[in-house]
Design a protein around this ligand. Structure first.
Ligand SMILES: Nc1ncnc2c1ncn2[C@@H]1O[C@H](COP(=O)(O)OP(=O)(O)O)[C@@H](O)[C@H]1O
Ligand SMILES: [Mg+2]
Length: 331
């Protein structure tokens, strides 16, 4: 019997570096794309990862889906430990965690019919199934993601963006994974289509008890479906906690700025929009101290010299020397 409370993923300070440049005249430099990320992901739950483009979200996605190994730290998937030395993971482990990318054009082979796209993972991983059984499964999956039986023999270009994302989700589910990593799954879609895909994801999660690691640069996308949120800045987690808490009482100034940029349904809200000045710095030369300090309105001397650790504050984690309280306003 499985313990309902056991995490499907437990990540312990995972980091990922890339070496860039180098060549005849240059010395290579190291980009720390992801630094010491720790989290748990549970069955039936959604953990959202948010932050500006370039903060390391896709790097995290590639590491946890075993596309790349971490360069430091370790994590477990279904109790199996992955370290910097893991050269090979079993096919079974790989099948248990699947990824959906932002761009459904790029991720579906244009020369293959939907039936072939969906059945390919079965051909590779399930030699025990007959072609009839594979066919039954891909047809079932097509209906589960809200497509029609006649779509089975069509090519990707014959579908709209939203329909193509349904196909990508269907393909990710063919091996019955417990975990889906969704890397900006709706960012390329029109707003009205976005909500249809989000609704589909919620439905599938309920039905299949899926765990989602949901990546988005846009906080408003994850607001209604995430149980927990992890906010990243320049490769590091700066705030993590329950979705409600993070939204209604952001404590890190960066989270506060992100929340203030999301549309509010209540027009009388006193929420003040915070415009962050400056660009995200390059991870090749991160600012000393707190990486957010050049853009922060609370910066003090300590922030320029000492990096704040991610610490527990009343049930959530914050990496800030001067966390906000409820009365704080940006000025
Ligand atoms: N393969 C790579 N080689 C070198 N640098 C990389 C590589 N992948 C990502 N990076 C760098 O790591 C940082 C994080 O990238 P990424 O994880 O794609 O961020 P996000 O998905 O949040 O936009 C960026 O500065 C990016 O340029
Ligand atoms: Mg990305």
């Amino acid at each position: 019997m499985t313990d309902l409370h056991t995490a499907l993923i437990t990540a312990n300070a995972i980091s990922r570096d890339y070496t860039v440049g180098g060549g005849m005249l240059r010395t290579p430099s190291v980009v720390r794309a992801l630094s010491e990320a720790s989290f748990e992901l549970h069955a039936g739950k959604t953990l959202a990862v948010v932050g500006e483009s370039g903060c390391g979200k896709s790097t995290l996605a590639r590491v946890v889906t075993l596309i790349e190994t971490p360069t430091a730290g370790e994590f477990t998937i279904n109790g199996q430990t992955i370290t910097t030395d893991t050269t090979e993971a079993s096919a079974e482990l790989r099948a248990s965690i699947q990824i959906v990318f932002q761009d459904p054009y790029g991720s579906l082979n244009p020369r293959h019919k939907v039936s072939q796209i969906l059945q390919e993972p079965l051909v590779i991983n399930r030699p025990d199934l007959s072609s009839r059984q594979r066919d039954d499964r891909s047809r079932e999956m097509l209906s589960l993601v809200g497509l029609r039986p006649e779509h089975h023999e069509r090519y990707p270009h014959m579908f709209s963006g939203g329909q193509r994302q349904r196909i990508a989700i269907a393909r990710a589910l063919m091996l019955e994974p417990g975990i889906l990593v969704l890397d900006e799954p709706v960012s390329a879609l029109d707003l009205s289509i976005q909500s249809q895909i989000l609704n589909l994801l919620v439905e599938l999660q309920d039905r299949l008890n899926l765990a989602y690691l949901f990546i988005s640069h846009d906080l408003s996308v994850v607001k209604h479906m995430a149980d927990d949120i992890m906010v990243m800045y320049l490769g590091r987690v700066v705030e993590a906690g329950k979705t409600d808490q993070v939204f209604h009482q952001p404590r890190h100034p960066y989270t506060r700025a992100l929340v203030s940029a999301t549309p509010v349904a209540d027009p009388t809200s006193r929420q003040q929009r915070i415009h962050l000045e400056g660009e995200l710095p390059s991870p090749l030369s991160p600012p000393a101290g707190c990486a957010f300090n050049p853009r922060c309105w609370k910066t003090a001397e300590q922030c320029r010299t000492q990096r704040p650790e991610l610490d527990n504050h009343g049930g959530r984690q914050i990496a800030c020397h001067f966390p906000l309280d409820d009365k704080d306003t940006a000025d």
